[in-house]
Write a protein that binds this ligand. Structure first.
Ligand SMILES: [Zn+2]
Length: 392
């Protein structure tokens, strides 16, 4: 067995400190190695740099000029390479609402690409969304879930990991129960549901909320009464884990801190919601969310994508380490919490909690090495070091 001794500033679940990890056979053998260096071991010493479990990204549409809906192997590999260079070794290709035919084409395409080592299973963010809360999604493509559509999706159940659905849509309960029984995670999103509907949806199998505070309802007045929305229900229902977009633009610091107070880091998952323009030249001023269609055109401004009328954000330009920099710098969150929300929590949501996302014996020897500015300098995957150089 090839042994590797990895030394540096290790970011664990509860502390950051100098230490060493012994790796072998693609996993962590000793998570707090203190003995003499084994003779046969290769030593990787990253010195002052941080060693974190590699990031798992459960919500990303694109990057590097590509969108997964381009449905080409060049786009697929280009997006995964871009995110890899920012420390992501497992990613869920995420679909924006598009025609049903295109949805099926995307699923068939992902079946062909499923052996890529960074493929984490598909996330369908659409088309079962509320027109009222469509955000930047193409409203003309939204549908209510039906049994027939569910059956078509289940033909690809081996690669579908999660589906974002507005639970107030007609047919949502039957759809959710069917998907949940097939082992597919359900996430509430792009929805105007009230808190009561959210609580019922949790009984149907919904366990997550997609980008809380973005296209999610909040308390509102019904007659003279105040009624809770998704935000209030998500913050108070322990069974729900929430996504937050970590690019430093989509969520204000107060909402982020309020969420952490209510949920704890173990029920918050940081996602990028990265779109096509992530990782592109700073001079880029326009792009497309999803397919390259005139109606999907968006503008790039102030480091984020927006609808042309600036009424809504349209995905982020973030990827992996750039979110660490935003969350540490702008929001002043501790690195241990950020690491948990970007590695441990998403791995658990994908059912991989025992084998990924933590620095513990038996977990994957997948790490991201960050310098003091939180830039990725190398990625270690299955115990092998890959130097990373990416033009930002
Ligand atoms: Zn999205």
């Amino acid at each position: 067995m090839k042994l590797t001794l990895l030394r540096g500033r290790i970011v664990r679940q509860d502390r950051v400190g100098d230490g060493a990890l012994l790796l072998g056979d693609g996993v962590i053998l000793d998570a707090d190695f203190r003995g003499n260096t084994p003779e046969a071991a290769e030593v990787i010493n990253v010195k002052e740099s941080y060693i974190l479990p590699a990031f798992t990204e459960i919500h990303a549409h694109g990057g590097g000029g590509h969108d997964f809906l381009d449905c080409t192997s060049e786009a697929f590999r280009g997006i995964l390479d871009l995110h890899f260079a920012h420390g992501v070794t497992l990613l869920c290709p995420t679909l924006t609402a598009c025609s049903w035919d295109k949805t099926m084409e995307f699923l068939t395409f992902c079946e062909d690409m499923k052996h890529h080592p960074c493929f984490g299973g598909v996330h369908l963010e659409g088309p079962f969304l509320s027109p009222e809360m469509s955000g930047a999604q193409n409203r003309a493509c939204l549908l209510a879930p039906t049994d027939a559509l569910a059956d078509q999706l289940l033909e690809h159940k081996a690669i579908i990991r999660r589906i974002t659905v507005a639970p107030e849509l007609p047919g949502a309960e039957a759809f959710a129960r069917k998907m949940s029984a097939a082992g597919i995670a359900l996430s509430i999103g792009h929805s105007a549901a009230d808190a009561e509907t959210v609580r019922r949806a949790a009984d149907w199998g919904f366990s997550q909320v997609t980008h809380l505070y973005c296209s999610t309802s909040q308390r509102f007045k019904r007659g003279s009464y105040i009624v809770g929305g998704i935000v209030e229900a998500a913050l108070t229902e322990d069974s729900l884990t929430v996504e937050l977009i970590g690019d430093g633009h989509h969520v204000c610091r107060e909402s982020l801190l309020m969420t952490l107070c209510c949920k704890g880091a173990e029920r918050v998952c940081i996602v990028s919601d990265a779109m096509r323009a992530a990782g592109c030249e700073d001079s880029l001023t326009e792009s497309w969310l999803g397919e390259r269609l005139p109606e999907n055109r968006v503008i790039i401004e102030d480091g984020v994508a927006k609808l042309p009328d600036r009424s809504s954000f349209a995905g982020s330009l973030a990827a992996g380490d750039t979110m660490v920099a935003a969350l540490c710098g702008r929001y002043r969150l501790p690195l241990v919490l950020i690491s948990r929300m970007m590695s441990e929590v998403p791995a658990r949501l994908l059912g991989l909690g025992a084998s990924r996302g933590r620095i513990a014996p038996g977990c994957a020897a997948d790490f991201v090495i960050l310098d003091k500015q939180y830039h990725t300098t190398a990625v270690i995957t299955a115990g092998e070091k890959v130097e990373v150089s990416y033009v930002r």
